[in-house]
Design a protein around this ligand. Structure first.
Ligand SMILES: Nc1nc2c(ncn2[C@@H]2O[C@H](COP(=O)(O)OP(=O)(O)OP(=O)(O)O)[C@@H](O)[C@H]2O)c(=O)[nH]1
Ligand SMILES: [Mg+2]
Length: 432
């Protein structure tokens, strides 16, 4: 087996942050997801960040000694380091120094499979690297002022500028390519919309059980035994197992169907570049009729995870979409003796369900909840819309399932399944 990179983690606790320990544990999982072996964890409490080396200068020397003792290959800080801090730390410790953002980007890079995910990750990575780019220019400019420094400085800075320009050019190329891919996705989405199938999106913190839930649905409702395994997605006990969006049609026994999408999970302090870059993958979420927020209820920090999810959804502009909270992994929470787990599983509450997707507990009940939400609003009707109201016909073509269109003397007659609220709003056009 190939030897794994040995990592020393460093956590700096600024002003007794109550989330400190949790964040550090998560950093450990991130390092493991990056295929690294964590050989040690160093922590320090500080009340002020050192602009030069983040921790105090004396502390950096100590870290250097620990690195040598544990034979660590890399050092990873939990916090976001400035370009200057990164460079200074690297110079003193004499090992590659990374921060949390770098680690997340690394995981995303190695997992991106589709072209879309690859473009998004590369864009985020370049955006992260751009200000951290240190060419000869900076080294020389630090020496600037001395004799002859001036002309060298000019050459070095030129090279750095050139590199930066190249990166900016690459970013704009990637963005262009992404727009093409997005167009494709948009077409697919429009097609689905025209088909009028309700769209449900799985969202939530990474490792909550979103993919497991999608697979459980496929297991239960996919009739074609041969296709079953192909239609499943990867579900694994690791952070960011899923990076791409997968959409599956779920056929219910009553012949109704809906689309279920599984996508990348969220994490606290998800680098802003990534959220921005992943907008296209997360588009499915924005256009969903209903969100299923999967929560790992066995994790004692589930409330913080929900807060992160709430914030990320807001950032995406998806915070107004109706949502069912799926409190998952209740089997583990129960086994751990947690008192806030309902005695009987599954348990249905207001807009929520306590279940265990991994144990097949609560699937039917969840489907029931989903059905109540997504099908309640649609009604079959026929309207005769005057030709002067052409925009309304287009509206229904986009937002309803139009089954037949006829052009009569008085206007366009459409037979469709539309939203109840639209039926009420345009009731003057309804024909029997
Ligand atoms: N015991 C138990 N384990 C579960 C349950 N649901 C999911 N798991 C396990 O939790 C781990 C993570 O599940 P995933 O479905 O990959 O989680 P995810 O939300 O898709 O995670 P990312 O794709 O990484 O964001 C897997 O090892 C699952 O087997 C459950 O109800 N009970
Ligand atoms: Mg997943």
């Amino acid at each position: 087996m190939e030897e794994r990179t040995k990592a020393l983690l460093v956590g700096v606790n600024l002003n007794n942050d109550p989330e400190f320990e949790t964040a550090l544990k998560e950093l450990e999982s991130l390092a493991e997801a990056c295929d690294m072996e964590v050989v040690g964890v160093e922590t320090q409490n500080v009340s002020q960040i050192n602009t030069g080396v983040y921790v105090g200068t004396g502390r950096v020397e100590e870290i250097k000694a620990v690195v040598h003792m544990l034979e660590a290959d890399v050092v990873i800080f939990d916090n976001t380091l400035s370009p200057m801090q990164l460079r200074n730390l690297k110079d003193i410790i004499e090992r590659p120094v990374f921060d949390r953002t770098h680690l997340i980007l690394q995981i995303f890079s190695s997992r991106a499979r589709t072209r879309e995910a690859q473009i998004q990750v590369e864009t985020a990575r370049l955006q992260y690297e751009l200000p951290r780019l240190t060419g000869m220019g900076e080294i020389l400019s630090r020496q600037g002022g001395g004799s002859g420094g001036l002309s060298n400085k000019g050459a070095g800075e030129k090279k750095l500028e050139l590199d930066k320009r190249k990166i900016r050019h690459r970013i704009s190329e990637l963005k262009k390519e992404l727009r093409e891919v997005e167009k494709n996705r948009e077409t697919q989405r429009k097609r689905r919309l025209v088909q009028g199938i309700p769209q449900v999106a799985l969202v939530g913190y990474t490792n909550a059980g979103k993919s497991t839930l999608l697979n459980a649905f496929i297991d239960k409702y996919e009739e074609n035994e041969e296709k079953k395994e192909d239609r499943k997605v990867m579900a694994k006990n690791m952070l960011f197992a899923t990076l791409d969006t997968t959409v599956r049609k779920i056929h219910l026994p009553d012949k109704r169907e809906f689309l279920l999408s599984d996508t990348v999970g969220f994490i606290s302090k998800l680098p802003h570049n990534l959220v921005e870059a992943f907008h296209s993958t997360l588009e499915e979420v924005k256009y969903a009729n209903l969100l299923l927020e999967v929560v790992d209820y066995s994790d004692e920090h589930y409330m913080e995870h929900m807060e992160v999810t709430r914030e990320t959804l807001k950032e995406l502009g998806a915070n107004e979409i109706p949502c069912i909270h799926v409190f998952n992994k209740c089997d583990i929470a129960k086994a751990n003796g947690r008192e806030d787990v309902p005695a009987e599983l599954p348990h249905i509450g207001k807009d929520c369900i306590y279940m265990a997707a991994g144990q097949n507990i609560g699937l039917e009940e969840l489907v029931q909840l989903i059905s109540e939400r997504i099908y309640e609003d649609y009604v079959d009707c026929t309207m005769l819309i005057p030709y002067t109201e052409g925009a309304l016909v287009s509206y229904f073509n986009e937002n309803a399932t139009v089954k037949a269109t006829e052009y009569e003397a008085e206007g366009t007659k459409i037979t469709m399944s539309c939203l109840l609220k639209d039926l009420k709003k345009y009731k003057q056009y309804v024909v029997l």
